[in-house]
Structures are given as structure tokens and as C-alpha cells.
Ligand binder design. Structure first.
Ligand code: NAP
Ligand code: MG
Length: 470
């Protein structure tokens, strides 16, 4: 079992001010995978003081100096990648191939992207009678969720480092092991003391102290809507910038063409990836009413074809992250049954043969957009299929949601896909499964207010200064 009991503050591994620990449970075994310390306000205060002290020199470093540090992190990250994959598998139950593949790969991708953006970034621009200057905002509190631990952490830490900010990372309790390894990577790579600090513990303690702290200039938060709202309130008195990346109920529109069955199958399998614990998952699958029977057949086969089991084995889907999440998902499946949605795959309880570990059946309902299972984020492997009559109605249903994080369109009529993409009220649209590390990511409506990834991810951490008559 891993014992990660020290915090990383001011370039040193230090004991918490008050000793208190908590186990990190492996959701596949329900046994402890590690133990962390639970920090208090005193630990946060030390970390903020270290970040504040480091800011004047780090913020004045040259692009070349920061690029050198990022490249040194890159070498160290590559070396520790297998350990990160193992930790992610243990802490949140991602299948080994996924944990070692996309999970650690996303972190590496954000690091490479930060390097590419920094190389080209113009921190000063002459514009008419003024020079515009981008400057690091200061000391940042980074608060992250457990569902894609390296992705969510790296998409904050590397842009913050690249722009010259200093920071305190508060990782999720459920997935705190990989964050500890990341701190070891930054330490070994020679990030100067105080620039990056790690304090573990509960969000209601560490997160609240960071959000209210007089000496923290900005909070970048990824997680649930209620916590995002609370952070904004806590940060209001000190007029902090708060970047929020919240939940979603993203629509996936399958167009009416000869690829429909294939596209429905891949959307269904995609929904089950990472056990459905992806904020931008296409959890509402919109299919033409005239092709509903075919869509049901394809989705049923795809969901039943998703193998579920031990993350160390060769399965497509592992458990969900915790008993708490398992219970929430079961309640939503029951809710779907109660509100009259048609269950076409999966359902209540664990998959057959799995009686230990928080495994959920890949579940598909056919329902309507007004049902609770179509409006609220379930954050599990549960898909809702909704019928549409024509493209206009598909867009209307897609936009009829409190959220606006992602959207998907698949089909051979690219012009139609583009026109739908233009009309969707979401921060990102993926047409025919495109992918780009430089594309900004963030939400409309209740999905948040920030934009991460690529160059827009830098702007989260930058102040704008006008130098007039320069
Ligand atoms: P969460 O409960 O909101 O927790 C996120 C982080 O906030 C954790 O580190 C948590 O600490 C901390 N926290 C809890 N209460 C806090 C408080 N009062 N003040 C400050 N911080 C606090 O979310 P989650 O359950 O980990 O993650 C699932 C949610 O994240 C879903 O809604 C999902 O859609 C969303 N998400 C969004 C994106 C995106 O980019 N838009 C990406 C991934 C996930 P603890 O460790 O103590 O819980
Ligand atoms: Mg939570």
C-alpha cells in the first residue's frame, strides 16, 4: 500500500501541521490502495506563503527559462508514466490499458501543448497607441476532480507554470495518489521552490481556505456545479478570478444515413468509456425517429458488447470510482425505470459474476428529453436515446439542457453536421470524432465559465495590462 503522508511545500516534502490520515480505496477491490494526510488551514497557509514568496522571481523568468523547466518536466513525466498509470488504475479503477494509455497520455499532451503555445506566445503586443502586456495573475489555487486525474491536473498546472504563476494544487481525495507522483515529477525536474505546492485533504477544508484566502489571486476549479457555486461565493469577498469547469449532459446527434448503426454503436461504446465518468460524455444520444428500431438494435448490441471487469485484466470497462458514486448511479437507473423510460441494455445491480468492486452494468434507456435521466448528469455508464424528427428538432432538443459543455455530430453529410455544430449552444462540438489538444474546452450555461486547453488555457492565468503611450 502506498503511504503518501507528506505535502510538497516550498520545495520540500513536509509533514502536515496536524497528523491525520485517510485511506484511498481501490474501487475494484474495495481495499485500501494508499493512505494520504488530511491537511488543515495551517498547511494551506504555509503553501500560500511559499507560493507568494516564489511569485516575484518566477513571474519574471523568461520564456526560455520556463520552456527549459517544462521540457525537463517532460523528460521526468515520460520516465514516471508507468507509475502514473498504475496509480490511476488503483485509485479510480480505470482499466490498465486506459490508465496507461489515454489517462497518462492526456497529461503528456497538455504538457506538450503548453510547450508549443509558450514557444509562440506573445506576452507583449503593439496595438496602435498602446502596448498590450499579458502578465501572470499571481498565486493560483487549483482544485481538481477524480474522473480524469492527470488530464484535469495537467491542464491547469502546465499553463499556470508556463504563464509564470505560482500555485497550490488540491487534488481529489478519491484520486490523490497520481497527484503525489506528479509532485515528485515536478520536484525532480527542478521546478523552483514554492512555485508548485501540493496540499492534500478534503475539499470542504482545503478548498474553502484556498477560495477565501486573501493571498490567493485565482481559483481554477473542475468539478461539480454545487461546489463551483460555493467556490464563487467563497471567493467573492476577495474579488478573485474563478475559472469553473463543471458538469454536462452532452448531446450526440447521429445523422440519418447509411452509417447510422455504426455511429450509434460507437457513440454507445464511447459513453461507457471511463465508466461514463467524463464531464463531456455524449450521454444523450439523438437518433432519427424513423430509424429508432435500427438504433435500438445497434445500441443494445454495443452496450452488451462492452466487457466489464478487473482493471488489471483485459476489459473495456472497470468499476466506477466509489461506493457513493455506485449508489448515485443505481438511484438514477431506478429513476429511469420509475419515470417510464424503456430499458434496452443493462439495468440495476452489478454485472453477473462480479460481486465485489463498484461495477455498474453498461445501461441504455430510450426516453424523452424531459426525463430526469436526460436532464441531470449521472456520471456513470448510462446512456439515454432520444428520437428526433428532423435536423431542426435535433438542435432544439440538443440545446434544451441546463448544461452546455460538449456536443457531437456524426454522419456523412458534413455540411449538415457543420450547420448543426454552428447552432449548438455548447463550448465544444466534435464532428465525426475529431480531436485537437489546441482546441479550447469549457462550458456554456451551467457547465462553467472558463476555457482550458491550448492558448485559451493560458488566458485563464493571465492579467491584461495596457501600456498607453509606451
Ligand atoms: P466535486 O465533488 O465538485 O469535487 C471536485 C473537487 O472539489 C475535489 O477536489 C473536492 O474535494 C473539491 N471540493 C469539494 N468541496 C469543496 C468546497 N466546498 N470548496 C472547494 N473545493 C471543494 O466533483 P467530483 O465529484 O470530484 O467530480 C465530478 C464532477 O466534476 C462532475 O459533475 C463532472 O461533470 C465534473 N467535471 C467537469 C469537468 C470539466 O472540465 N468541465 C471535468 C471533469 C469533471 P474532495 O476530494 O474532498 O471531494
Ligand atoms: Mg464529490
Amino acid at each position: 500500500m502506498r503511504e503518501y503522508l507528506k505535502f510538497y511545500i516550498d520545495g520540500q516534502w513536509v509533514d502536515p501541521v496536524e497528523p491525520k490520515t485517510s485511506d484511498v480505496i481501490n474501487p475494484a477491490t474495495e481495499e485500501p490502495a494508499g493512505r494520504i494526510s488530511m491537511g488543515t488551514a495551517a498547511d494551506v497557509n504555509k503553501a500560500v506563503a511559499a507560493a507568494r514568496k516564489a511569485f516575484p522571481s518566477w513571474s519574471q523568468t523568461s520564456k526560455a527559462e520556463r520552456l527549459e523547466v517544462l521540457k525537463s518536466i517532460q523528460a521526468e513525466y515520460a520516465r514516471r508514466q508507468p507509475e502514473l498509470g498504475e496509480a490511476i488504475m488503483e485509485e479510480m479503477g480505470a482499466p490498465s490499458s486506459l490508465a496507461n494509455g489515454f489517462h497518462v497520455g492526456l497529461g503528456a499532451g497538455h504538457l506538450q501543448t503548453a510547450i508549443e503555445v509558450l514557444e509562440k506566445f506573445e506576452f507583449e503586443q503593439a496595438r496602435g497607441a498602446h502596448v498590450l502586456r499579458y502578465e501572470p495573475i499571481g498565486v493560483c489555487g487549483l482544485i481538481t476532480p477524480w474522473n480524469w486525474p492527470m488530464n484535469q491536473t495537467c491542464v491547469k498546472v502546465f499553463p499556470a507554470l508556463a504563464t509564470g504563476c505560482t500555485m497550490i494544487l488540491k487534488p481529489p481525495q478519491l484520486a490523490s495518489l497520481s497527484a503525489h507522483i506528479l509532485a515528485e515529477i515536478l520536484d525532480a525536474a527542478g521546478v523552483p521552490a514554492g512555485v508548485f505546492n501540493l496540499v492534500q485533504g478534503s475539499g470542504s477544508v482545503i478548498g474553502t481556505v484556498l477560495s477565501k484566502h486573501e493571498d490567493v489571486d485565482m481559483i481554477s476549479f473542475t468539478g461539480s456545479e454545487p461546489v463551483g457555486v460555493q467556490i464563487q461565493k467563497d471567493a467573492a469577498d476577495t474579488v478573485k478570478r474563478v475559472g469553473l469547469e463543471l458538469g454536462g449532459k452532452s448531446p450526440w446527434i447521429v445523422l440519418d444515413d447509411d452509417q447510422l448503426a455504426t455511429n450509434v454503436a460507437s457513440a454507445t461504446a464511447g459513453m461507457m468509456g471511463n465508466s461514463g465518468q467524463t464531464c463531456s460524455a455524449g450521454s444523450r444520444l439523438l437518433v432519427p425517429n424513423s430509424r429508432m428500431a435500427e438504433a435500438i438494435e445497434a445500441a443494445t448490441a454495443a452496450a452488451n458488447g462492452v466487457s466489464v471487469g478487473d482493471p488489471r485484466g483485459n476489459f473495456a470497462m472497470g468499476p466506477v470510482v466509489s461506493k457513493g458514486q455506485y449508489n448515485v448511479i443505481q438511484e438514477y437507473i431506478q429513476k429511469g425505470l420509475d419515470e417510464g423510460a424503456q430499458l434496452i441494455a443493462g439495468g440495476l445491480g452489478r454485472p453477473e459474476g462480479l460481486d465485489k468492486g463498484w461495477y455498474v452494468k453498461p445501461t441504455v434507456f430510450v426516453g424523452t428529453n424531459d426525463m430526469v435521466i436526460a436532464r441531470e448528469e449521472i456520471f456513470g455508464p448510462v446512456l439515454v436515446i432520444i428520437g428526433y424528427d428532423d435536423a431542426d428538432q435535433a438542435v432544439e432538443i440538443a440545446n434544451d439542457s441546463p448544461f452546455g459543455l460538449g456536443g457531437y455530430v456524426t454522419g456523412s453529410d458534413v455540411e449538415l453536421a457543420r450547420s448543426i455544430a454552428r447552432r449548438m449552444r455548447t463550448g465544444a462540438i466534435w464532428i465525426n470524432n475529431g480531436f485537437d489538444f489546441h482546441a479550447p474546452f469549457g462550458g456554456y450555461k451551467r457547465s462553467g465559465n472558463g476555457r482550458e486547453w491550448g492558448d485559451y488555457g493560458f488566458h485563464e492565468y493571465l492579467e491584461i495590462k495596457s501600456m498607453i503611450g509606451f
